[in-house]
Design a protein around this ligand. Structure first.
Ligand SMILES: *Cc1c(COP(=O)(O)O)cnc(C)c1O
Length: 233
């Protein structure tokens, strides 16, 4: 088994190769290490190898790990899982980014509950590009109204869009889904010129190449860094 440091290196190489192949500037794609279900010791090991951005899906699990890692002040925490209303306060207080905002009620609560002493919370709107009713994310047709409303919330900075396409599609079909998200971001940028809108959070262990070809700026990688996950705790 290779170490976490080795895996970070090999994922970083995949990212560099895909970035270069897409003709994009070096350093334009960031690695988010998805540490859900992994112990705090894995995060500590990754930080030792120079990885500082971590994505978590389950609030209580994340808070427990944060408590174990308070000495590592350089960590940037990203919440990437579904958010229920009763969890927004802890998310607003403890995370730097939320990638999974898909309705206004949650966005309003995050904005209101973001402590004034902290900078505005960076958020991405999660979009369902497959239009499947069963999955999280707002539809492309609802995106415009949601983005307009979120852009007016003082506790948030609207950084961009996130998606998790159905993985059971060909690489070509996946890349097309990622392109749809990139097109949607370009549309929002012209409508909301005062928001940063610099972020496309898309691509996981098995499809980061397709996502980078379509313009990803954050790829969210779990399995390729930490190995296969045990069942959800
Ligand atoms: C688990 C998860 C990932 C990481 O997926 P891998 O296939 O293990 O790389 C990325 N994004 C989200 C939202 C996740 O829940």
């Amino acid at each position: 088994m290779s170490s976490i440091a080795d895996k970070i290196q090999s994922v970083t190489r995949r990212i560099q190769n895909a970035t270069e192949a897409a003709g994009r500037p070096a350093g334009s794609v960031h690695l988010l290490a998805v540490s859900k279900t992994r112990p705090a010791s894995d995060i500590r090991e990754a930080v030792g190898a120079g990885q500082y951005a971590f994505g978590e899906n389950y609030l209580q699990e994340a808070l427990d790990k944060m408590a174990d890692l308070t000495d590592l002040r350089q960590i940037e925490w990203h919440f990437i899982g579904p958010i229920q209303s009763n969890k927004t306060r802890a998310v607003a207080e403890n995370f730097d980014w939320v990638h999974s905002v898909d309705r206004l009620k949650i966005a309003r609560r995050l904005s209101e509950q973001r402590p004034g002493a902290q900078p505005p919370l960076n958020v991405c709107l999660q979009v369902n590009v497959d239009q499947e009713a069963s999955k999280a994310g707002c539809g492309l047709s609802e995106l415009h109204d949601l983005a307009q409303a979120v852009a007016g919330l003082p506790g948030l900075r609207l950084r961009g869009l996130m998606t998790i396409p159905d993985p059971a599609q060909s690489p070509e079909a996946l890349q097309q889904r990622f392109r749809q998200l990139a097109d949607a971001l370009a549309g929002l940028r012209s409508e909301l010129p005062d928001q940063p809108l610099d972020t496309l959070s898309m691509g996981m262990s098995s499809d980061l190449e397709q996502a980078i070809a379509a313009g990803a700026t954050w790829v969210r990688i779990g399995t390729a860094l930490f190995g296969a996950r045990p069942a959800k705790p």
